[in-house]
Write a protein of this length. Sequence first.
Length: 668
Amino acid sequence: MNQSEAKAKIDTLRREIEEHNNRYYVLNRPLISDFEYDILLNELDTLEKKFPEFISDNSPTKRVGSDITKEFEQYEHIYPMLSLGNTYSEEELREFDNRLHKSISQPIEYVCESKFDGASISITYINGSLFRAVTRGDGNKGDDVTLNVKTIRSIPLKITSKRIPAEFVIRGEILMPRAVFNRLNEERIKAELTPFANPRNAAAGTLKLLDPRIVASRSLDCMIYFLLAEELPHDNHYDNLKEAAGWGFKVAESIRLCKNIDEVLQFISFWESERKKLPYDTDGVVVKVNSLSQQNELGFTAKSPRWAIAYKYKAEEATTRLLSVTFQVGRTGTVTPVANLEPVLLSGSTVKRATLHNEDQINLLDLHLNDMVYVEKGGEIIPKIVGVDHSERNENSKKIVFISNCPECGTALIKNEGEANHFCPNYLHCPPQIKGRIEHFISRKAMDIDGLGEETIDLLFNKNLIRNFADLYDLKMEQLVPLERLGEKSAANILKSIRTSIDTPYRRVLFALGIRHVGETVAKTIAWRFKTIDDLINAGIDQLTSVYEIGPKIAASIVSYFSDNDNLEMIERLKSVGIRFSEMSEPTLTGNLLKGKIIVISGVFKEHSREEYKELIEKNGGKNSTSVSGNTSFILAGDDMGQSKKEKADELGIPMISESEFLKIIDK
Ligand code: IVH
């Protein structure tokens, strides 16, 4: 066989094998036996070995996983991965429907899909080839797990259909079938390894393995639920998913188009019991507005789309005995009671602990030691106690009382008027508070300092090397290297990562400070309103509460934080190492200039990112939309704007505004 014959044969075999993969893994309708399939795969493998010039990352032979191991790199999502609002009742779902009808006058069609319980994944395809697969991560950026995802056979590596966008992102849920999960856990128990808690954890854990060969052996699957591209094939979600199914992706058969909310409720009640027969865990139903233009009209909140909602089935309950209650002190000093339980099986996993939230909750349950309690697993990882079986109570059992002193440092606990939680006021010296603050400071969404885990922080704290964030920037090689478990290489990495963190943007620095009640979103808001830390330090309660989203509680917490000299001193030290305490080159212009305007962004920009333009449009009262229609006010056109958008805009006579024109408009 000569080279060109080999190439032709390799191409044919790859196409054939992909076709069989699709029939087997996606359609569940194989045409050939496993044996025949293996023969084809072997033939391809032999040819690729003989003609290594034709080896390709996207060959089906690579599905079994290569031996390359690689730490995961991180990639930013082009379209952030948002979460969904949850509801648990028919009433809430009807409210959702009513809410949408208030903004939209035409009839609304909904698409119902099972809510699969696995690990979400975002996969980019370029010219039909699987380019990169990234985990959800923090929603903005995630881990590149491409090599692992390529071992999942229901995900096509190469799409042959002609009608695909040159570049698109497809999202879905990576799943481990329950049967595989059970088998895997049996093996793990035999090998004296900790079993996985549930199929979701097993799927997520598998996706993060460093050896794709092991991933390949775990029979993961992937259900697709979202297609994103500059230009989508259809103007509605349902047809887009069906189109993707035609390209070879696996879309759940349970998907249904509903004309109204009653049909949605029928779907939900049908699948409540039916879902138990599926090979995968599902925990609810996702309800999405079908029309993309209606979706655009509804838009997003900071966290989730307004056009979709997750209906969660009521969690299963189990009964078990309360053995003891321990009290944990968190990073902000909040004390949380935790119930230690006799292990019990609950929706597929063993439960040993449950959160009790606060004193009110304990009193409400009238909890006694050794009580038989009902536990329920909601959406959270930690289950909760929802009731007590009083008939089982022993007369002499002791009532659970909330502690009055910090279990870590002995300081008397405080409970503020109107707040549910107790907290330890020994902000400066209570060890878990100090360590917790530092852990928060270095976390991914804050200063993103790698290599410093909980254990290393413990170590540094115990050796008296760190007492606050500023101490991190004074750490020296010779202090780190002698510590147990820290070699020269990891010490160097830690120091490098600490140095790099100096460039963290101001809003994340503000979040990193760990001021009570100042989460990521509030930090963003205050960074935008108070351009430098000194503006913020000097702001009074009134000035703070005049900012939308900042109430008296947050304002008081900010003022109290900056009235503490230790905090101010630490900020001075952080400033002196170069940490950013002012907003730089961020688009911050605001106003109402774009009120009522619906704007489509298209093309590549020089001054700001697409996300920044989206933000700018919203901050100026406008709405961002992804598809051109009669409603579009204008197109913010960058370089290399999509051809079909251009044509549509011309056809409808929609004005196009360049980047510089746009900036001029809103600068006025
Ligand atoms: S749609 C903006 N559809 O649930 C649209 N999500 O709570 C966001 N999930 O992170 C997602 N099944 O991992 C969608 N049919 C489905 C889903 C689904 C499971 C997961 C997904 C997402 C989370 C949202």
